[in-house]
Design a protein around this ligand. Sequence first.
Ligand code: SME
Length: 157
Amino acid sequence: MAEDLNVIQGTKEEQYESLLPQIKGLVSDEVDLIANLANVSAALKQQFNWFWVGFYLVKNEELVVGPFQGPIACTRIQKGRGVCGRSWELKKTLIVDDVNAFSGHIACNSLSQSEIVIPVIRDKKVVMVLDVDSEHLASFDQVDQKYLTQITELLPL
Ligand code: SME
């Protein structure tokens, strides 16, 4: 599998609805985790052109940056720290409309203004988080939460 991604115009829902089956196709025939995370990051970046999108993997009780698209990012994040570390600790999706108002936010890049972090949970444990950053305030909502969660559920882990 290595076809062109079909990037569409439309509402946020329409964009996700177009992307979901394509991501399903991308990851369903591939068992390598890094390959899948890399392609999912790239597909999300191509469709939405977010500032930063990618994965932090839980390794030895730390989050370590994994495949992503965007500027270089913090390499390691401790549990409970920043939006990613809090999402991991709470096992909950966090939507932050203004990262500058989030106590403890880790500013990997000062251009980032809002953020959503989805924990990926298997056997009741967080194994990684999907982190998306925007240069605009309040870019993310329940629609993003719904579809990004579905995308993480497609990952064969
Ligand atoms: N801002 C994140 C850190 C990761 S970067 O934005 C890519 C946080 O507070 O967890």
